[in-house]
Structures are given as structure tokens and as C-alpha cells.
Ligand binder design. Structure first.
Ligand SMILES: NC(=O)c1ccc[n+]([C@@H]2O[C@H](COP(=O)([O-])OP(=O)(O)OC[C@H]3O[C@@H](n4cnc5c(N)ncnc54)[C@H](O)[C@@H]3O)[C@@H](O)[C@H]2O)c1
Length: 288
């Protein structure tokens, strides 16, 4: 099956970058979001990013950048964006019910052979696929931020995902987008989110127990285990405290195992709106 037209849903942090990646690989891309302001912001971010990081640095000609932008059609109509798509890639908020409603709607709009992919970081592809008219064409395609730099795509196979769907998505990720892939059976948090949530949560437990300072926990993991960032600074940098809390709760419910219980300190910091960099404070208070 040849994929020519792609529809990316969501023009936020990931949707904008995915739109750019697919358009750079030569696909025609409709970028859909719910309001003009979001679509315009996403589109302008792509245009200025191509100029600043590629054209101005001599990595791309102005003509190449213009051609990429020319392949992108911003839209606030899901019908217009998805009707002729061979592949849709969903990058809307990490809310299961919202994703299910959206996949149901996509099933009504798209051809039955259109592949419906989700960029969810941890939610069940099987459950999202269950609302689609053709669950064999639903798959997880989990990219990492920043998309242009991070080499991995987790390809997540739901209960009903067909071999052909897996092969098409693996082929696009590797051959057209230049990524490495891993193929995973649907499981909460897949490989990467499950691991990173547990590492950050465990660091929060250590901080709560008072066995070391935040600085020393991060220093130990960086120098002793050769991680590029410590878990606490990583959580602050990505403003990820509520994402980790929600991810741990989801894994605790899904696996039925209290080893995934979010640390009390993590829960408390989220309640205090200390979510990380975007709220100013997280595990660290930069003013101190
Ligand atoms: N941010 C990351 O680092 C990252 C990395 C990998 C995966 N993800 C996953 O990607 C998805 C999107 O995350 P994000 O960080 O880009 O979020 P974001 O909040 O930056 O963007 C989400 C966008 O979706 C739009 N939106 C909301 N409801 C919509 C709907 N019904 N239809 C279409 N668009 C809608 C919003 O207006 C917003 O522009 C989530 O599932 C997240 O778990 C995020």
C-alpha cells in the first residue's frame, strides 16, 4: 500500500514537529487542530524553525524549505484534512476518551484501508482501536521530542493490528523518516514511558525518604549510570511532573500492581502546581 497523503491531528508540541517531519520526507500533509489560532501557531512555528535551523545554517536551500511548507495544508476541518488521507497520525492531548472519540470520528471520515496511528506515550492502542471500524489498521507510532533529533519510533501493535499495518509503519519510519524502530505488543507505557516514569518516581521516593539531596540523586545517576540528565532535573526540564504522576497511576491501575504507586512527594508537588520548568518550580526551586 502506498502512502502519499498524511493527516496529522493536533498542531501542538508534537503535531507541529510530526507535520514537519512528514512534509520533509515528501508527503502531502494536512495539519488539523480545533481552532485557527492553534493551527496558525503550529504552522508559523514550522516556517520559522525551517528558516532558523535549516536555511540560515546552510543545511537547506530556501527553495527546499518553501517546497516543504508548500506540502502542508493547515485546516480546522477534520473532514477536509482526513477524507483523502492514506495515513492519519494523532497527536492530541493524552486523554483516553478524547482519543477514542477522535478515532471513532476518523473511522467515519476515512477510507477503511486508511492507517490510523496514535502518538500516545502510554495509552492502550487496543482500547483506542476498539472504537474504530477497522481496528486492524490502528497502530501506535510513538515519536520522541525533539522529533528531528530523536532517532527512535516505538511501533505499538494493538490486539487486532495487522502484520501489513506494522510493516507499512515500520517502513515509513525507517525508510522515509530515517528513524530506528522497535516493535512492541500493546502494554501500558510501552518500553520508554514505563521505564522513565519508574526512574523519575523512584528518584522522587529517594528524595522523600531524605537519603540524599536532589542534586546528589541527579549527580549519582549522571556520573554513576552515565545518563545524560538526572531523573529529577529531567522531570523539571520537560515540565513532566503531572505526566509522570498520571503515567504511574495508569500503570498501577492497568497492571494492578502497587509498585507503580506515585510517590507522595510527586503527588504533593503536582497538587502545589509545581509541574517543572513551565510553572517555574518542580523538584527544584531555581530561586533557591
Ligand atoms: N510532548 C512530548 O514530549 C511528547 C512526546 C511523545 C509523545 N507525546 C504525546 O503526543 C500527544 C500530544 O502531546 P503534545 O505534547 O504535542 O500536546 P500539546 O498540548 O502540545 O498539543 C496538543 C494539541 O492538540 C490540540 N487538540 C486538542 N483537542 C483536539 C482534538 N479533539 N482534535 C485535534 N486537536 C486537538 C490542542 O489544541 C493542541 O494544539 C500526547 O498523546 C502525548 O502523550 C508527547
Amino acid at each position: 500500500m502506498e502512502i502519499k497523503q498524511v493527516c496529522v491531528l493536533g498542531a501542538g508540541t508534537m503535531g507541529g514537529q510530526l507535520t514537519q517531519a512528514f512534509a520533509t520526507a515528501g508527503y502531502e500533509v494536512a495539519m488539523y487542530d480545533v481552532a485557527d489560532a492553534f493551527v496558525e501557531k503550529g504552522f508559523n512555528t514550522i516556517k520559522s524553525g525551517l528558516q532558523r535551523f535549516f536555511v540560515d545554517k546552510g543545511k537547506m536551500t530556501q527553495e527546499q524549505a518553501d517546497a516543504i511548507v508548500g506540502r502542508i495544508k493547515p485546516t480546522t476541518s477534520l473532514e477536509d484534512g482526513a477524507r483523502n488521507a492514506d495515513l492519519t497520525v494523532e497527536a492530541i492531548p493524552e486523554i483516553l476518551d478524547l482519543k477514542k472519540q477522535t478515532f471513532q470520528r476518523l473511522s467515519e471520515i476515512c477510507r477503511p484501508d486508511t492507517i490510523l496511528a496514535s502518538n500516545t506515550s502510554s495509552l492502550s492502542i487496543t482500547e483506542i482501536a476498539a472504537v474504530a471500524s477497522n481496528p486492524s489498521r490502528v497502530i501506535g507510532m510513538h515519536f520522541f521530542n525533539p522529533v528531528a533529533v530523536m532517532r527512535l519510533v516505538e511501533v505499538v501493535r494493538g490486539y487486532s493490528t495487522s502484520d501489513e499495518t506494522v510493516q507499512v509503519i515500520k517502513g515509513i519510519a525507517e525508510e522515509r523518516l530515517g528513524k530506528e524502530t522497535v516493535i512492541i505488543k500493546d502494554s501500558p507505557g510501552f518500553i520508554t514511558s514505563r521505564m522513565v516514569n519508574v526512574i523519575i518516581n523512584e528518584a522522587a521516593c529517594m528524595l522523600q525518604e531524605g537519603i540524599a539531596s536532589a542534586e546528589d540523586i541527579d549527580k549519582a545517576i549522571k556520573l554513576g549510570l552515565a545518563h545524560p540528565m538526572g531523573p529529577l532535573e529531567l522531570a523539571d526540564y520537560t515540565s513532566g511532573l503531572s505526566i509522570v504522576r498520571d503515567g504511574m497511576k495508569y500503570m498501577m491501575d492497568e497492571f494492578g500492581d502497587t509498585k507503580y504507586r506515585p510517590s507522595h512527594l510527586l503527588v504533593k508537588l503536582v497538587r502545589a502546581s509545581r509541574l517543572g520548568r513551565k510553572t517555574g518550580k518542580g523538584f527544584y526551586d531555581p530561586a533557591k
